[in-house]
Each structure stands twice: as structure tokens, then as C-alpha cells.
Design a protein around this ligand. Structure first.
Ligand SMILES: Cc1cc2nc3c(=O)[nH]c(=O)nc-3n(C[C@H](O)[C@H](O)[C@H](O)COP(=O)(O)OP(=O)(O)OC[C@H]3O[C@@H](n4cnc5c(N)ncnc54)[C@H](O)[C@@H]3O)c2cc1C
Length: 477
């Protein structure tokens, strides 16, 4: 993975730039010591690391604006950072950049139950948004598996999703407005507390823009009344393809579960050893959850169980109480941790039309065999958002490169069947050079021009999202 050479003039001006930053922020909000900046040298894509020039941890929109104005004046690149859980290298620094972390901006600004919204500072963690409203019977729907740690800022930048987004939609469907600071320090209010404010839909442009267009400092989020109840069912199958066909049939039938999650045998074995959730040892399993009143739950699960039986499941287990429901979810929620215990892994994130699931799973198995690296599959199957985990040994020469090749081939397969390169983790550096597979040159150019408007000097989150070759001339200016 190639990154542009750091700007030597900026690196040599470090002490002057840091001294100027110190005039804008409290002493503990500027980190320059190399041992301390190392804490920010990577995100959850740990294969790539680079300590930044400095790190700033502002507490207010005004402080963010002042820092960006200074960096704009000094031509210093800025990498916005939430909690650093990106799996695509979205928050990877460069040696000449300032990392702007919003983790100290974690307050609740306003809660309005009558109009069902909450306004928070963007560094607040996803789970603690629900934490702020759950005692009043509300919740914030998008639930990335990293929700204990990841920040709303990162969720907006990556348009994150989660297991329960099949019914409630991903971040963009639950976001009403943001405060955005542009690279030159200008503060913009985009959207507001209500649906569909006037003007162009700039919120749709900002959400999913991966820190390319500005720094989000505050967000207005839709909150929902908690459902009356929810119940999962676990369905085991003797082949991946049959499980894939079952997902496709459930979606076709028109029932709308809140979640349909898929795990294959390598993943089941790893999570059983790790979390001991009592999963059956089969080739593939689905966790399907529905919610509503007891009668609504019975009706929806009735349809789902009927469809599942047509696919000869080796296990069909409906949760009878809260405890059993938790056990059904336990393995799925521990899956990533469990895989990490066995080996290094690269977590992919492509989407495909749900009807292609059986074909794509078969091709992934063939490709994995050809290249000699195991792949475990755990993903949000209901919306076709695949997360193949490629297992490799980072200490074995050549393994990372083979893993990158297989990863690229799997993502190309997703595009080939009509899907796309990323469902929720973003492009970052990981899929940057595959953007040419997804987009024609003119389509890509249209996206580059949006970046030109918001960040004409191309200083925000450098060398991410777009193929390096197509941005070289812009970055050089
Ligand atoms: C174990 C694990 C499980 C995961 N599960 C899921 C999942 O189920 N669903 C899912 O969608 N993702 C998942 N992720 C990926 C990750 O958690 C999400 O992408 C998350 O939204 C990143 O949030 P963050 O605060 O950590 O952002 P960071 O990693 O800090 O940054 C992510 C991107 O956002 C940009 N950014 C950060 N702050 C700002 C800001 N204030 N303004 C503008 N841009 C900003 C960064 O520059 C970067 O491009 C998972 C990650 C891990 C490690």
C-alpha cells in the first residue's frame, strides 16, 4: 500500500506549527512527543502505521475551527479522528499531518422526545447515545458491532451500519443535521432537527464522505421509541449456499426482520471456542430477529420458520426467554474477537444483491482454496453486506500481500455481481485503488470536483478514498 511522501518543509517546521497550535488550545490538548503520538499511528486496520506530526484534542467547535484555520494557512494536512476503529485505514495519519481527534467532544447538547431527536457532540460513542435516552424508553438505531467504542463522528464519516439496520436503515437514515467545519475554519450548519430542510441535500453528501469534506463537530440524530419486544431464532444449515438461499427467500417473502446475520463453519468454530454460546456445529447458521408485540413476533417468526423448514435446517432454535436470546446473540457479537484469537485477519466489506449470496459464497470458497488462505464469513446477510474475514499470518513473508490480492479479488467479485466495494466500513486506504473498478473516469471526476469545492487545497484526510494517480495533480497544487 503506497502513501505519498510527507512534505519535508512541513516536517521541518514542526516546532513552529506546534507552538502556534499551543496558543489556540489548552496545554493538554496538543500532543507532539513521538512516544505519545504513537497511540494515534493507526486505526483498526493495524497493518499500516505512521505516527503523525502532532495530535490535537479540541473540546469545542470554536477550537476545531481555529485549528483548521491555522493548518489551512500553514498548508498542513489534517486527519480527522473519532475513536480510531476504522477497518479501512480511514484514520491512518501521514508523517506531515495533524490528527484532529474529537474524543473529548462527547457531550449531549439537547434531547427532544416530543420531536424524537438528540443533538450530541460528534465524539460521543454510538452506544452512549442510546445510553442517554434509554431510561426514557428511546434508542438510537444504527448499531455497529464496535458501538461501545466508535464515535458518532466516525459513524457519519463512514455511513456506518450494524446488525439491526436491515429494518431501521444505516446512519444516513437516522441523521438529521450536522455542524461541519470546513478546512479554512468556516462553520456550516447542514440539515436541522426536522426531516427534509430546504436547499440541496448536502447532508447526503457529508454522510459517508470519510473526512474528505470537513470536520463534523455536532450531530442531530433521530431517536426511536424502544419496541415492545424482540425475539431471535437460530437456524443451522449443512451448506453455505442453502443458508444463502434461505436469506434470499425470507427477503423475497416480504417479512422485514430487524436483523439477519450469517456465520459460516470457521466462524462458528472460532466463536464456540471463545464464547461458548452453544451453537450447533454446522456449515452455516443464520440469526434472524424480529420485533413488535408478542402477536406480531409470533406471526413474523411463523413465516420465517416455514421458509427455513423448506431448506431442511439441521437446527431451528427459537429463543424462549431473554436469557436464551442473549445466548443466541453472544457468539455473533464475539465473532470478531474470536477470529482475532486464531490469527491475523483482514475484514472485508462488500455489498451484493441478496439473490447472489449463494453464488458469491461458492466463489469465495473457490478463491480461498486457490490462493491457500482461509476465509471465514460473518455478515449482515439481510441487506447483502458481506464481511469475509481473510486469515493470514502477519509474520509470514508474503502472507499480507496474498491476503491483499484475495481481498481485492473478492471485492471485484462483489462489483461484478452488481454490488459495491463497501457497505459500511468505507473506502479509506484499503479500497482506494479499487475505485476504478467501481467507477468510470467521469463518475470519479464528479466526486473529485465535490472535494475541490469543500477543500480546494486538498488538505483534509490526504491520500484516502480516491486512487492516488487520479488525485496526484490536485494534491501537488
Ligand atoms: C471489531 C469491529 C467491529 C466493527 N463493526 C462494524 C459494524 O458492524 N458496522 C460498521 O459500519 N462498522 C464497523 N466497524 C468499523 C468502524 O467501527 C466504523 O467505521 C466506525 O464508524 C468508525 O468510527 P470511529 O469513531 O472509530 O472513526 P475513526 O476510525 O476514528 O475514523 C473513521 C473515518 O471517519 C473520519 N472521521 C472521524 N472523525 C471525523 C469527524 N469529526 N469529521 C469528519 N470525519 C471524521 C476519519 O477521518 C476516518 O476517515 C467495526 C470495527 C471494529 C474494530
Amino acid at each position: 500500500m503506497e502513501m505519498p511522501k510527507p512534505n519535508a518543509m512541513i516536517v521541518s517546521a514542526k516546532s513552529r506549527i506546534v507552538a502556534r497550535l499551543r496558543k489556540l488550545l489548552p496545554a493538554d490538548a496538543v500532543i507532539e512527543d513521538e512516544a505519545e503520538t504513537r497511540a494515534y499511528e493507526c486505526d483498526a486496520l493495524t497493518a499500516y502505521r505512521c505516527p503523525p506530526l502532532a495530535v490535537v484534542l479540541p473540546r469545542t467547535t470554536a477550537e476545531v475551527s481555529a485549528v483548521l484555520r491555522l493548518c489551512h494557512e500553514e498548508n498542513v494536512p489534517v486527519v480527522p479522528r473519532g475513536s480510531g476503529t476504522s477497518l479501512a485505514g480511514g484514520a491512518l495519519p501521514t508523517a506531515d499531518c495533524v490528527v484532529l481527534g474529537v474524543s473529548r467532544m462527547n457531550g449531549v447538547i439537547e434531547t427532544d422526545y416530543d420531536n424524537r431527536y438528540i443533538r450530541v457532540q460528534s465524539g460521543r460513542t454510538n452506544l452512549s447515545v442510546t445510553g442517554a435516552v434509554e431510561s426514557d424508553g428511546f434508542f438510537y438505531a444504527p448499531d455497529p458491532s464496535s458501538q461501545l467504542a466508535c464515535a458518532i463522528a466516525g459513524n457519519i464519516a463512514m455511513n456506518s451500519g450494524g446488525a439491526h439496520c436491515l429494518k431501521y436503515g444505516v446512519t444516513i437514515n437516522n441523521l438529521l443535521g450536522v455542524t461541519l467545519v470546513q478546512m479554512d475554519g468556516t462553520v456550516l450548519e447542514i440539515g436541522g432537527p426536522f426531516m427534509d430542510p430546504g436547499g440541496l441535500d448536502l447532508l447526503g453528501v457529508i454522510c459517508g464522505s470519510e473526512g474528505q469534506l470537513g470536520v463534523v463537530t455536532e450531530a442531530t440524530l433521530r431517536i426511536l421509541p424502544k419496541p415492545e419486544g424482540a425475539r431471535p431464532v437460530l437456524i443451522g444449515f449443512d451448506s453455505n449456499e442453502v443458508a444463502g438461499a434461505c436469506v434470499s427467500d425470507i427477503i423475497k417473502a416480504g417479512v422485514l426482520p430487524v436483523a439477519i446475520e450469517f456465520m459460516d463453519r470457521p466462524c462458528i468454530e472460532a466463536t464456540e471456542a471463545f464464547a461458548k454460546a452453544g451453537y450447533p456445529m454446522c456449515e452455516a447458521l443464520l440469526i434472524v430477529e424480529v420485533e413488535g408485540s408478542p402477536a406480531e413476533i409470533d406471526e413474523q417468526l411463523g413465516v420465517i420458520k416455514q421458509i427455513a423448514r423448506r431448506h431442511n435446517p439441521v437446527e431451528l432454535r427459537e429463543a424462549e426467554d431473554e436469557d436464551q436470546a442473549k445466548r443466541i446473540w453472544l457468539g455473533r457479537k464475539s465473532a470478531f474477537g474470536a477470529m482475532g484469537q486464531i490469527n491475523d485477519y483482514m475484514c472485508l466489506d462488500g455489498t451484493i444483491p441478496v439473490s447472489s449470496l449463494p453464488y458469491v459464497l461458492r466463489r469465495i470458497a473457490e478463491m480461498s482454496k486457490d490462493i491457500g488462505l482461509d476465509v471465514a464469513n460473518v455478515f449482515h446477510a439481510g441487506d447483502g453486506n458481506m464481511h469475509p474475514l481473510i486469515l493470514f499470518d502477519a509474520n509470514k513473508p508474503g502472507d499480507l500481500e496474498r491476503c491483499e490480492t484475495l481481498g481485492a479479488d473478492i471485492l471485484k467479485l462483489c462489483v461484478e455481481v452488481g454490488g459495491c466495494l463497501t457497505g459500511e466500513h468505507g473506502v479509506g486506504i484499503e479500497k482506494r485503488d479499487l475505485m476504478n473498478v467501481q467507477f468510470a473516469p467521469d463518475d470519479l471526476e464528479a466526486q473529485l470536483r465535490v472535494k475541490d469545492v469543500f477543500d480546494p487545497k486538498w488538505l483534509l484526510n490526504p491520500a484516502k478514498v480516491f486512487p492516488l494517480a487520479s488525485t496526484a495533480s490536485r494534491r501537488a497544487v
